[in-house]
Design a protein around this ligand. Structure first.
Ligand SMILES: O=C(O)c1ccccc1NCC(=O)[C@H](O)[C@H](O)COP(=O)(O)O
Length: 260
């Protein structure tokens, strides 16, 4: 069983448990569910922002514990002050040590788009995302079939959310481009063996139609890489570990951005 299979098997259980605890109607009656979402596209195209989607990431299957000392509010406030276009918060508890409480804490600190970084397999998680302050949801082509990508992205759009679709290769890209997706992220990390290569982004960028925001994800640790990716046609850059592994992620991002 691959790590991705393990994550999805656990996720199915987690979603059924959540459904038994909190009804959809209760999620839909929260104040956060009512709010209008920030637009990812507007934020990425805003010249005053740098295109970075900075991630709050405590742990990962590839690295184990990355940061168990920083608070969500302090880190994401620093990210926002550094001019990022959006913030990503991992909410998976078992493999990434995240939570929906982290998402709410980030929402309370931010006035820019917020991504719920999660392994979404069910509409319930999309309602949960909106009810806990997300503006953007992630759909991962490697764990969904094209019909699921279409149905889940259309459902998210019906709630006013932005949709980021993650692909890793040409086959996933070809199968999953639908109009209900706003942004396509090329994950440089193979989610089965964790190998990271920027070549995935560079090989796929020209195959992504210009109507989608183009995001390069994972393994970015050098301002020169942002320049290279920008020149290749990317507008968004998802970065987690590079900031989170430091003693002060809110300072590390400012130092990084000063070199752009
Ligand atoms: O990060 C992992 O080890 C991982 C393993 C399996 C599935 C997903 C995984 N990461 C999720 C992400 O997409 C990254 O957190 C995100 O792209 C940021 O990557 P990085 O800058 O390398 O922390």
């Amino acid at each position: 069983m691959t790590i991705l299979d393990k994550i999805i098997t656990k996720k199915r259980l987690e979603v059924e448990q959540a459904k038994a605890l909190v009804a959809v109607a209760d999620l839909e009656s929260t104040p956060l569910f009512e709010r209008a979402c920030f637009s990812l596209s507007d934020s990425v195209r805003n010249q005053g922002k740098n295109g970075i989607i900075a991630e709050f990431k405590r742990a990962s299957p590839s690295k184990g514990i990355i940061n168990n000392h920083s608070s969500v509010a302090e880190v994401v406030t620093g990210y926002q002050e550094a001019g990022v276009s959006a913030v990503s918060v991992l909410t998976d508890p078992d493999f990434f040590k995240g939570s929906l409480a982290d998402l709410v804490a980030a929402r309370e600190a931010l006035q820019i788009p917020l991504l719920r970084k999660e392994f979404i397999i069910d509409e319930y998680q999309i309602v949960e995302a909106k009810a806990h302050g997300a503006d953007i949801i992630l759909l991962i082509a490697a764990v969904l079939d094209p019909a699921e990508v279409k149905a889940l992205s259309e459902f998210a759009k019906s709630l006013g959310l932005n949709v980021l679709l993650e692909v890793h290769n040409q086959e996933e890209l070809g199968c999953s481009m639908v109009d209900s997706v706003d942004a396509i992220g090329v994950n440089n990390r193979n989610l089965n063996d964790f190998k990271v290569s920027l070549d995935h982004s560079l090989e796929l960028v020209d195959l992504i139609p210009s109507r989608f925001i183009k995001v390069s994800e994972s393994g970015i640790s050098d301002p020169n890489t942002i320049r290279q990716l920008r020149n290749a046609g990317f507008q968004g850059f998802l970065i987690g570990e590079n900031f989170m592994k430091t003693t002060a992620p809110s300072k590390a991002i400012k130092e990084f951005v000063s070199q752009l």
